[in-house]
Design a binder for this molecule. Structure first.
Ligand SMILES: Cc1ncc(COP(=O)(O)O)c(C=O)c1O
Length: 402
C-alpha cells in the first residue's frame, strides 16, 4: 500500500459516533419532548442535564447552553452590559465569530496582536489598546492554548474591564491549575461539527456568578426569568436555546471526551517534540503554566527558505496531496473584507476602531501578519491517529526540506 493510501486509511474521520449517539437521538424523538421548555416547566430533560454536566466538567458553577458558539459570546457580552459606544479588545488571530459577536452587541471590536510563539494575544499589547470606551476583553485560547490569564486578569481588574474567554477551541484546557473559562467573567464554548466536543452545532457559556448566569439565561430565552410565568418577558431577549437533539448527542459525546482528550494531549506533545527537531519548523508553544490543551487545531509555523521558498498554500497542498489532512489558519481579522471595508452594521460609527481602510494595513499588525503568512494547521482528529501515522507526517515534512 502506498504512503498516500495508508495515510488516508488511517487518519480518523471526525466526528466519531456509534450507536450511543443514535440511540440518544431516537430516545428524544420517541419521547415527544423535542425542546427543553422553561426552568420549572421542563419539556425535555437533556438541555438542563447537559448544562449541569458541562458546568461540572469545566469546574464552573453555572452553564447556559445555546445553539452555537457565536451567540454564546454575544450572550455573555450582553449579560455583562456591553453595547453601543463600548470597545472590546479581541485577539486578531481567530475565527471571525470572536469579533462578529461583538458587532452583534453594537460594540466595536479592537484587534490585538499576538505572541509569535503561543499564537494567543500578547497581553503586553492589551494595555496600549485600552481607552475610556473599553468595556471588555475577549481573549481567544487558540488551538486550546490558554492566553496568559493571570497577567490579563491583573490588567482587567486594574481597568475595571469584563473578560469573556472564547474557549471554542479549549474544552478542558488547564492553565495554572484552573480550567479556562473560569478566569474571566465568563467562558464561551462551541460544539460545532469540527470541535472536540460536538453536536453538529451548539454552544455554551460558563460562569461563576448566579446573577450573570440569570442575565445570560434571560437574554437567550426571550427575556424570560427563571421560574416565572412563561409569557412574562422582563427584558430584551432573543431565542438562542439549544435543542434537545443537540443536548442528547452532547451528553453522550461528553462521556467519550476524556479518553479522546488524553490521547490528543499525549500525541500532541509527541508530535511537537519531533516537529521542533526539524530545522525550519516551530509548533505552537503552550503558554507557560499550561498542563493540558483542548487541541482543537495543531498549528505549525515554517521558515519558507528552509523549504526552498515554499509558500503556505504549496505547503498544505503538498501535505493534503499526500493524504495528510492540513488546513490554512485563520486570516487575521484586520485583513478580512468586512473589517477592511467597514461593511458592518448600519448606523454604528466604526471610525475609532484600529482597523478599516489604511488602518487595516499589515504593518499595524506585524506579528500576526508574519505568523499567518507561514503557518498551517492540522485538525484535531489527526491527534487521534496512531504513532506510526504521526511519524509518517514528520517524515513527509522532512522530505520537503531543501
Ligand atoms: C475561536 C472561535 N470562536 C467562536 C466560534 C464560533 O462557534 P460556532 O461555529 O459554534 O458559532 C468559532 C468557530 O469555529 C471559533 O473558532
Amino acid at each position: 500500500m502506498s504512503f498516500e493510501q495508508e495515510a488516508k486509511k488511517n487518519f480518523p474521520k471526525w466526528p466519531i459516533h456509534n450507536n450511543d449517539e443514535i440511540n440518544a437521538l431516537k430516545d428524544v424523538i420517541k419521547s415527544g419532548d423535542w425542546w427543553c421548555g422553561a426552568p420549572g416547566e421542563h419539556q425535555g430533560d437533556n438541555v438542563w442535564a447537559f448544562q449541569e454536566e458541562f458546568a461540572k466538567f469545566q469546574g464552573a458553577k453555572h452553564c447556559v447552553a445555546v445553539c452555537n458558539g457565536t451567540v454564546a459570546i454575544e450572550a455573555a457580552l450582553m449579560g455583562l452590559n456591553v453595547g453601543l459606544g463600548d470597545e472590546v479588545i479581541v485577539s486578531d488571530y481567530t475565527f471571525v465569530a470572536s469579533a462578529s459577536a461583538v458587532i452583534a452587541t453594537n460594540a466595536i471590536p479592537i484587534f490585538c496582536d499576538i505572541n509569535p510563539k503561543t499564537l494567543v494575544i500578547d497581553v503586553n499589547n492589551v494595555e496600549k489598546l485600552i481607552t475610556t470606551r473599553t468595556k471588555a476583553i475577549v481573549p481567544v485560547h487558540l488551538g486550546g492554548n490558554p492566553t496568559d490569564m493571570e497577567h490579563l486578569m491583573e490588567i482587567a481588574i486594574q481597568h475595571d474591564l469584563s473578560v469573556v474567554e472564547d474557549c471554542a477551541h479549549a474544552h478542558n484546557s488547564v492553565y495554572k491549575n484552573k480550567k479556562v473559562g473560569n478566569w474571566g467573567s465568563a467562558g464561551t464554548f462551541s460544539f460545532q461539527a469540527s470541535k472536540v466536543l460536538t453536536s453538529g452545532e451548539g454552544g455554551a457559556i460558563i460562569c461563576n456568578s448566579e446573577e450573570l448566569a440569570d442575565k445570560i439565561y434571560s437574554y437567550i430565552d426571550c427575556g424570560r426569568k427563571k421560574n416565572q410565568y412563561f409569557y412574562d418577558h422582563f427584558s430584551y431577549g432573543t431565542n438562542y436555546r439549544m435543542t434537545e437533539y443537540q443536548a442528547a448527542v452532547l451528553r453522550v459525546q461528553l462521556k467519550k471526551f476524556p479518553n479522546q482528550h488524553e490521547l490528543r494531549n499525549e500525541n500532541a506533545f509527541y508530535l511537537m517534540k519531533k516537529l521542533n527537531d526539524i530545522d525550519g519548523i516551530k509548533t505552537m508553544k503552550p503558554t507557560p503554566g499550561t498542563t493540558r490543551l483542548g487541541w482543537y487545531v495543531f498549528p505549525i509555523i515554517f521558515e519558507p527558505m528552509k523549504f526552498g521558498g515554499i509558500t503556505k498554500s504549496e505547503f498544505y497542498e503538498k501535505l493534503n496531496a499526500n493524504g495528510i489532512p492540513t488546513d490554512d489558519c485563520y486570516p487575521p481579522l484586520h485583513s478580512l473584507d468586512c473589517f477592511k471595508n467597514i461593511n458592518l452594521k448600519k448606523g454604528i460609527d466604526y471610525s475609532m476602531a484600529n482597523w478599516g481602510g489604511e488602518k487595516s494595513n499589515n504593518i499595524n499588525f506585524p506579528i500576526v501578519s508574519d505568523v499567518y503568512s507561514r503557518s498551517i494547521e492540522f485538525p484535531q482528529e489527526m491527534l487521534l491517529a496512531n504513532r506510526e501515522k504521526l511519524d509518517n507526517v514528520v517524515d513527509f515534512i522532512k522530505s520537503l526540506k531543501k
